[in-house]
Design a protein around this ligand. Structure first.
Ligand SMILES: Cc1cc2nc3c(=O)[nH]c(=O)nc-3n(C[C@H](O)[C@H](O)[C@H](O)COP(=O)(O)OP(=O)(O)OC[C@H]3O[C@@H](n4cnc5c(N)ncnc54)[C@H](O)[C@@H]3O)c2cc1C
Length: 460
């Protein structure tokens, strides 16, 4: 006989934990099922440990910028305190006891195990079936996607999960993939003395962002001593001693004491019984409606959906699904100003559409771009002032549809653009705001004032 409950949450990562805790708090009988660690990828293997690494490498970089500006400096970068902070402070040595207890204190029933959907309204785990009268929420997240490169299985490669646990840095590191995870970790390790090579199949790093951002970042990474192999595809991998050799399709070979795979993510949807609830088990991602529903009393949130990919999206989804499950009327999801940040130095913040995406949608585009280094604050800042603000406008409507904020604290400059895009604030209003002097966000007004039909301002 199935055990009857109100809600079953399958996957207690960022989104699932938020949702399960809130619904348990509101008095519902909630079962939370987690096969690994409550909290998911973000606190244990993603955002938090990688941003701790980045905080450390920023300190190292700033220390090295002192000569000529604030005296002399000698920086002896040491990974030991970084690894210790991640192990002891961020992840409690990859132990989720605190998170489990928090859920249980709210009245939730926690089950450790890999759950599967077992027909409409039912989830099975460890031989028990739960029948949910109110909701089942799929929040199983993603795992690293490892490409089928011949020989890869004979090499001890890292994904982000091993990279955040490393205590002894390798002499050299080859990273497959120049997306957000690849470039963030490349810069962090390089600044601690690792000889890093990035192999990227596209002709630029961070290929999902504006080409200007890729160009600036490519140059910064090379200044950090990182070798970029662009337009390069790995044909095979061979172990050599403890090291790995990557053979590229164009005949080149790249050798590293350590190999890391950062070629994307795969949603954990294959083995969770989607077919038992009438969903296609071979889908890459689930496409919920604007209240995150994927079926009768069935919701999907976070990285398993077409609009996930970030912690803030998983939490945003959770909020909408919570209200829907509790029967509280509320607005549906609105993705027009979905923000994203790559936390390199300089940070690359972006929201809404890139210029190319806007053009593909048939929008009559005008762009404006302002280099960070020519704003007063950027000029004062000196070393580390690489970047720019770029705005993408729908010229027919006179409103912004996208923006990129690359520079020191670039991610924090996104707020005004998120609001402008979502609320459709006329560009003219942004042009006439008072921007405090000398702030980095003053560049917002300068970029908007430069809006023109064909703004191909060379950025370097
Ligand atoms: C290296 C890295 C850095 C990142 N940095 C950032 C960042 O700076 N900012 C940002 O916004 N995002 C970042 N992200 C993305 C962020 O981590 C994810 O978007 C977020 O964790 C998604 O939350 P989720 O709840 O959808 O999935 P997850 O956090 O992946 O949680 C899913 C959970 O479900 C569990 N699970 C899977 N299958 C089952 C099953 N059958 N039964 C029970 N449990 C199951 C998993 O064990 C996991 O704990 C980063 C990701 C990585 C990899």
């Amino acid at each position: 006989m199935p055990e009857r409950v109100d809600v079953v949450v399958l996957g207690m990562g960022v989104g699932g934990e938020e949702l399960a805790n809130t619904l348990a708090d509101s008095g519902l009988n909630v079962v939370g099922i987690e096969s690994h660690l409550v909290g998911g990828e973000c606190p244990y293997y993603g955002c938090i440990p990688t941003k701790m690494m980045i905080r450390a490498d920023d300190m190292v970089a700033e220390g090295r910028r002192i000569p000529g500006f604030a005296g002399e400096s000698t920086v002896n970068a040491d990974w030991t305190p970084v690894a210790r902070r991640i192990r002891d402070v961020a992840t409690d040595n990859w132990n989720d006891r605190v998170a489990v207890e928090r859920f249980e204190r709210k009245g939730g029933h926690f089950v450790r195990g890999a759950g599967t959907l077992a027909g409409p309204g039912k989830v099975s785990v460890n031989g028990t079936t739960y029948e949910a009268s109110r909701a089942i929420v799929i929040a199983t997240g993603t795992s690293p996607a490892v490409p089928p490169i011949p020989g890869l299985d004979r090499v001890k490669y890292w994904t982000n999960r091993e990279a955040v646990k490393v205590e002894q840095l390798p002499e050299s590191l080859v990273i497959l993939g120049g997306g957000a995870i690849g470039v963030e970790l490349a810069q962090a390790f390089a600044r601690f003395g690792v000889k890093v090579t990035i192999i990227e199949g596209m002709n630029r790093v961070l290929a999902m962002e504006e080409p200007e951002a890729s160009a600036v970042l490519g140059e910064v990474l090379q200044r950090d001593g990182i070798e970029l192999c662009l337009n390069a595809r790995a044909k095979s991998v061979e172990p050599r001693g403890g090291a790995a050799i990557v053979m590229l399709e164009d005949g080149r070979q790249v050798t590293g004491a350590q190999l890391m795979v950062a070629t994307g993510r795969r949603a954990n949807l294959r083995d969770i019984g989607l077919e038992t609830v009438g969903l296609d088990p071979s889908v890459r991602l689930l496409e919920p409606d604007d209240h995150l529903r994927v079926g009768e009393r069935l919701w999907a949130i976070g990285d398993v959906t077409t609009s996930g990919g970030f912690t803030h999206m998983a939490i945003y989804h959770a909020g909408i699904a919570i209200d829907d499950i509790l029967g509280k009327p509320g607005p549906g999801a609105d993705y027009r100003a979905k923000p994203r940040v790559t936390f390199t130095d300089p940070e690359v913040g972006a929201t809404g559409l890139t210029e190319e995406q806007a053009k593909k949608k048939g929008i009559n585009v005008r762009t404006g771009i302002q280099k960070a280094s020519v704003t007063s604050r950027g000029w004062i800042h000196g070393p580390g002032n690489d970047g720019f603000i770029k705005v993408v406008e729908d010229a027919d409507r006179g409103v912004l549809v996208g923006a990129t904020t690359m520079g020191p604290r670039g991610g924090d400059l996104l707020g005004i653009f998120e609001l402008a895009i979502k609320m459709q604030i006329p560009s003219d209003e942004l042009r006439h705001l008072i921007y405090a002097y000398p702030t980095f966000y003053r560049g917002v007004g300068e970029a908007v004032r430069k809006l023109g039909p064909d703004q191909h301002t060379p950025i370097r």
